[in-house]
Design a binder for this molecule. Sequence first.
Ligand code: DX5
Ligand code: ZN
Length: 224
Amino acid sequence: MGIQIAPSILTADFARLADEAAAVSNADWLHVDVMDNHFVPNLTLGLPVVESLAKAASQPLDCHLMIEDPDRWAPGYVEAGASSVTFHIEACRAPIRTAREIRAKGARAAMALKPATPIEPYEDMLSELDMILIMTVEPGFGGQKFLDVCIPKIRRTRELVRKHGLDVWIEIDGGVSAETIERCAEAGADVFVAGSAVYAADDPNAMVENLRALAQNASSQNAS
Ligand code: DX5
Ligand code: ZN
């Protein structure tokens, strides 16, 4: 699939979401951060907003659920129109069942790991997933500083995906910018969430292309 860029609307103007989606028309996905003020200390949006945004946006929605009890809520986000639904493994009681429910309803299923959560215990369930989201900040807020300590985990996740011959995407979320994207791509990531880097730019679409070019270049160097 190659490099994909998913701007996070967390840093966008929530009163103008359709316009903010249109401002990143070059993006492959629109990343939607759902927070419940329990799993993370912040509250954002839920099913009704996702349902409206799915109709208003031209890009597919990549819903990142930072909520308790994703087992109960995740399938509803597919029904609301999300094309990819990510649950946090730290909050999930039955990840295989939840991933299968997401896929059965027609979306891509993804599992997110907080910075201190290792990938290794989940090696045997990689085949149940379409994507692993590796957080490179503690989840909850945009605009935080990228945690370099997460880079080795990106590399190890890529090795596990390769070892099993799977087509599982590796998404990076948190502090992704022109300064940090290359080291993530070089380590093996292929989907990049960027909130403040994109929406604080004068031309968000130009920043999407800039990030894409940097990541493509770094990942092709890695492959050669
Ligand atoms: C943080 C969210 C991110 C956030 C990223 O918990 O999951 O998607 O919007 O924002 P930046 O790119 O500003 O770190
Ligand atoms: Zn996110």
